[in-house]
Design a protein around this ligand. Structure first.
Ligand code: GSH
Length: 209
């Protein structure tokens, strides 16, 4: 199997950190071009036109970072990063989805609607021009403010995002915060719990892959 990658991009990073935490090595194929677009040969092969994508030896293509992690979790259950029993798995998934929808997607909305390089690429995965919308800049900053606040409250009561164990929910939260930094956002000073957690998870070797 191999992973189609755009190494600097935030969603592939979710997978890189997951692989590092697991100690799994899978060959990477870089498909990000110097023009900051996915290479045409990759888009022709995979018209969903997003990364990461895992290609199995039988040719099956699995997109979506969490679907890839779910597949790998079945093959490599230890250490568990997606929960250990029915209740824990549900809680991890709940917080991972919140981190993605309220953090990653908000950071993406802000970046894609402000970066000159992404003019006419307001959403990923489309060959059609999608114009940037100035109104989304204001809204995405408000979304990020709510995200920092909500996760700060969660981390007042928990060592990690989904409880007492490091999980995939921590990975997505970390990637969302670092993606926010691409547009000069950062964790507000008053979010002390989130800042404590951020320092700890950023110090893990997996955060630097
Ligand atoms: N929901 C997808 C999102 C993937 C995504 O947005 N990937 C971005 C890179 S971070 C991408 O492929 N962008 C292609 C482009 O901008 O042309 C996932 O979870 O994997």
């Amino acid at each position: 199997m191999k992973i189609y990658d755009w190494h600097i991009a935030p969603n592939p990073r979710r997978l890189h950190i997951y692989l590092a935490e697991k100690g799994i090595t899978i060959p990477l194929v870089e498909v990000g071009g110097e023009d900051q677009k996915l290479k045409p040969s990759y888009v022709a092969k995979y018209p969903h036109a997003m990364v990461p994508m895992l290609e199995l030896d039988d040719g099956t293509c699995i997109g979506e970072a969490m679907a890839i992690c779910r597949y790998l979790e079945e093959l490599h259950p230890d250490p568990p990063l997606m929960g250990v029993d029915a209740k824990d798995k549900a809680i991890v998934e709940m917080w991972e989805k919140r981190a993605n929808e309220e953090g990653m997607l908000a950071a993406s909305e802000l970046f894609r609607n402000t970066s000159p390089t992404f003019a006419d690429r307001g959403l990923p995965g489309s060959a059609e021009p999608i114009p940037q919308l100035p109104a989304l800049v204001v809204r995405s900053k408000a979304r990020m403010a709510r995200f920092y606040q909500k996760f700060d409250e969660q981390l007042a009561l928990n060592e990690f995002v989904a409880g007492h164990r490091y999980t995939i929910a921590d990975i997505t939260t970390l990637c969302a915060i670092d993606f926010g930094k691409w547009t000069d956002l950062d964790i507000p000073q008053e979010c002390k719990n989130l800042r404590r957690w951020y320092k700890a998870v950023s110090a893990r070797p997996s955060a630097t892959v």
